[in-house]
Design a protein around this ligand. Structure first.
Ligand code: XMP
Length: 325
């Protein structure tokens, strides 16, 4: 049987009960696969890797080693939440690597978006490899592969690859407990495993994170302004009864004139973006209620250092992409 093919008889996991049954089966399967071996997992805090982490903690406890790399472009509160949920609440064996300075130094002065992505991707692999090579006796690599990843890589749409070039001497066997699940099923399983809602229903977030929303050459002060403004946008739009598919903030490398305490001063604009989409190939700008726009405007200019204008990007994709870079 092809292990990467979802059996036609496999029931869609839509309820807590079905999720619990799946969890039980996978816990048994993982124990059977790894026995008393150790599994290494890059835990980003995204839905898929978080669900795999929670499942593997249930199956093998301390024999799961999670590595959470903070590349400095995470959103406000993200690394803290990963530590709180996995280390403090689930008692995971978690290695937290604060590599923010290292990444920010690496991209200093780089304004080409693709080069920025490339540098961040390469550095991520390096940091992860460095952590992995400090560990001994690890023969398994956990991965948050889900079924759409398999289908897309079969169709040649997206190369599905491992976390990175692990040190060559480390021969790792993959442990991919959710690889036959669709995203909605992964979320049901995550809920059943006790993960918090804001992790399970998290909006998609690009791997290079805030780096692609701090356009051009990144500076620390503008990155911090972006992180704060983005937290306000997520908080305020998050209060709406139905939230859009993706909503965030961009702070471009542009300054305009403002007035503060009767003095002229130059500040950046914060650009609000909220879209709905099914597959991210096309997207419609989400109609943000005016009351929410005004609240975000007032909070951002009052609370965020360096921002003196708030704009709303309500362009559809196409013609614009969702992200600014
Ligand atoms: P665009 O900007 O191409 O984005 O309309 C479509 C979706 O992909 C996400 N995105 C990325 N995700 N690495 C990722 O993991 C990236 O470099 C990247 N760039 C864009 C984007 O957030 C949106 O959901």
């Amino acid at each position: 049987m092809d292990n990467n093919k979802r059996p036609e008889t496999m029931e869609r996991i839509t309820t807590e009960e079905l999720a619990q049954k799946f969890i039980e089966e996978q816990v048994a399967a993982v124990r059977e696969q790894v026995k008393d071996g150790k599994v290494l997992l890059a835990l980003s805090g995204g839905v898929d890797s978080s669900v795999v982490a929670a499942l593997l903690i249930k199956a093998i406890g301390q024999n799961l080693v999670c590595v959470h790399v903070n590349h400095g472009f995470l959103r406000k509160g993200e690394p803290e939440q990963v530590i709180e949920v996995f280390r403090n609440q689930m008692n995971a064996n978690l290695i937290y690597v604060d590599a923010a300075d290292r990444f920010i130094d690496k991209v200093a002065g780089v304004d080409d978006p693709e080069q920025k992505r490339h540098i961040i991707g390469e550095e991520f692999i390096k940091v992860f490899d460095e952590e992995a090579s400090k560990l001994t006796d690890i023969h398994f690599l956990g991965q948050g592969t889900i079924y759409p990843d398999i289908l897309e890589s079969e169709k040649g749409i997206k190369a599905h690859h491992n976390v990175g070039g692990l040190p060559e001497e480390m021969e790792m066997e993959l442990v991919e407990p959710v690889k036959l699940l669709y995203k909605d099923e992964v979320r049901v399983v995550g809920k059943a495993l006790g993960l918090p809602d804001n992790m399970v229903y998290r909006q998609p977030f690009p791997g290079p994170g805030l780096a692609v929303r701090c356009t051009g050459a990144i500076t620390r002060d503008r990155l911090e302004a972006l992180r704060e403004a983005d937290a306000i946008v997520r908080e305020e739009i998050g209060k709406l009864e139905t939230t859009p598919w993706q909503y965030f903030c961009v702070v471009p490398d542009i300054k305009s004139t403002g007035i503060k305490d009767g003095q002229r001063y130059m500040g950046w604009p914060a650009i609000i973006r909220a879209v709905n989409t099914v597959d991210a190939v096309t997207a419609k700008a989400y109609e943000i209620p005016y009351a929410t726009l005004y609240t975000m405007r007032d909070r951002i200019v009052n609370e965020v250092e360096g921002i003196n204008r708030v704009l709303w990007d309500f362009t559809d994709k196409p013609v614009a992409t969702i992200e600014w870079e």
